[in-house]
Design a protein around this ligand. Structure first.
Ligand SMILES: [Fe+2]
Length: 461
């Protein structure tokens, strides 16, 4: 029997926590690049054997976060640490971190963000966030600074103008989701229910200055599959895909539904308001989790556009490109604006189905043109690229991403110039091990890291 694809190659687990202070660097790291690059995904603390290896459930494994601290033109350190969930603490002989979980599982493995002075690892479907130190140790599970009563989304959107963190949280325990607005001090400001009438997988949202937009697809929670240990979401033909739109000020009571051709969307790209219309772009799949729980089995998503008429309720939809792609990222300063550019991983359908994306793309939505940094010739496979602003213009910045060196079975951190994505990297940092492929990358700037550090060292009042 062939090994599970998530136990081999770029996804194969690693079983050692490391700290490395000496990181060989090629090229010139920009001095202004001051912050922490993070990457997180599932990685089992105990090697799976027997049944657990034969029926390996990648998405259920323990959260494992890796980080590279950059400052003053240097790579200061690399660290990787498991999030201290119940299983990890048992395996490592450590006490469990304090704080409420509010869910059956305390595995947290999908994203790392900083909000207020909290560095947080996130997971959707119910469990509260895990609070981390700037060196990625787990401090506690936290309901934030005030009353987070259910779980969070792993894809909150930060409004760069108001400093609000906005999300739709969902859990298989309820047929409703929760619209959450978190203020800049990490306190829950609004918490309002959205009636789904079922248990859909709502992974991401899009945001404008006035609206929240999300997909309600036929991918639904299936309890019988959950019991078998597989990803408990499957395509359910009884449901019709639709897009939900509501005003941020009115909340979900103003929700408007737009029925669309059946599909699934994991990640939104951007949304823009224009008069009574919202133009939504996202990466679309014809089907998802139909016969398998592997999201990559059918290749990547395709860029589509939905033009939503808020007055008539009409929707026009069309495909914009035929290039397979996933993990789209924006300049964080344009999250609520009409973004012109986005960045994503790409590759042929075969390459993505084999979990080996081969390039990083930059797409210009205005001119409908794409530039690709292609690693195909050198045998490397990139993971999600995060945009770090440099100058004032929307695309003036750096793109940071991990690259799996397939020949050496090691990872590198790559810095690309986002204005010249196809050019050779500005800098390449050799990491001391492979970072197992997972979910999401992020960048926490130096000032935020200092605030996180200060909050942890100040005596509590
Ligand atoms: Fe995601």
């Amino acid at each position: 029997m062939a090994a599970d694809p998530y136990l081999t190659g770029a996804y194969a687990p690693v079983y050692t926590e490391r700290t490395e202070l000496s990181l060989p660097t090629e090229g010139e790291l920009p001095e202004e690049l001051d912050g922490l690059f993070t990457y997180i995904g599932p990685n089992p603390v105990v090697p799976p054997t027997g049944y657990r290896a034969r029926h390996y459930a990648w998405f259920r494994q323990d959260g494992f976060v890796s980080g590279v601290r950059l400052s003053g033109g240097r790579a200061d350190w690399f660290r990787n640490r498991w999030i201290r969930d119940r299983r990890v603490c048992r395996a490592m002989g450590e006490p469990r971190p304090p704080g409420p979980r509010h869910f059956l599982s305390d595995v947290v493995h999908t994203n790392v963000i900083c909000h207020g002075d909290l560095l947080l690892a996130l997971v959707e479907t119910g469990c509260l966030p895990a609070r981390l130190t700037p060196t990625l140790d787990t401090v506690e599970y936290t309901p934030l600074y005030s009353g987070l009563s259910n779980g969070v989304s792993a894809h909150p959107k930060l409004d760069p103008n108001t400093g609000e963190l906005i999300m739709i949280a969902h859990t298989p325990l309820h047929t409703w989701g929760e619209y959450l607005v978190i203020d800049p001090q990490a306190r829950v400001q609004r918490s309002e229910r959205i009636e789904f009438g079922g248990r859909p997988l709502v992974h991401d949202i899009a945001l404008t200055e006035q609206h929240v937009i999300f997909f309600d697809s036929p991918v639904r929670f299936q309890p019988s599959i959950a019991i078998r240990g597989q990803l408990p979401y499957r395509w359910d033909r009884r449901h019709q895909a639709r897009i939900g739109v509501f005003r941020r000020d009115d909340g979900p009571r103003s929700i408007q539904w737009f029925e669309i051709t059946n599909c699934f969307v994991l990640h939104a790209v951007t949304a823009a308001s224009s008069g009574d219309h919202i133009l939504l772009r996202a990466l679309r799949y014809e089907r998802m989790f139909d016969h398998s729980d592997d999201p990559l089995a059918g290749g990547g998503g395709l860029l589509w556009e939905w033009d939503l008429d808020l007055v008539t309720g009409a929707v026009r939809e069309r495909q914009l490109t035929d290039r397979m792609q996933e993990l789209p990222r924006l300049d964080p300063r344009t999250v609520t604006a009409d973004s012109r550019y986005y960045y994503a991983i790409t590759g042929s359908s075969e390459a993505i189905a084999q979990r080996q994306p081969t390039g990083i793309l930059k797409h210009d939505l205005l001119t409908d043109t794409t530039v690709v940094h292609d690693y195909d010739r050198t045998g490397g496979s990139p993971t999600e690229a995060v945009f770090v602003p440099r100058g004032a213009a929307e695309d003036d910045g750096w793109l940071l991403h991990l690259l799996y060196d397939t020949e050496r079975d090691m990872s590198k951190l790559i810095v690309l110039d986002s204005r010249d994505v196809a050019a050779a990297p500005i800098a390449t940092i050799d990491l001391p091990c492979r970072v197992p492929s997972g979910f999401h990358a992020n960048w926490i700037d130096g000032a935020s890291i200092e605030a996180v550090d200060a909050a942890l060292t100040e005596p509590s009042l």
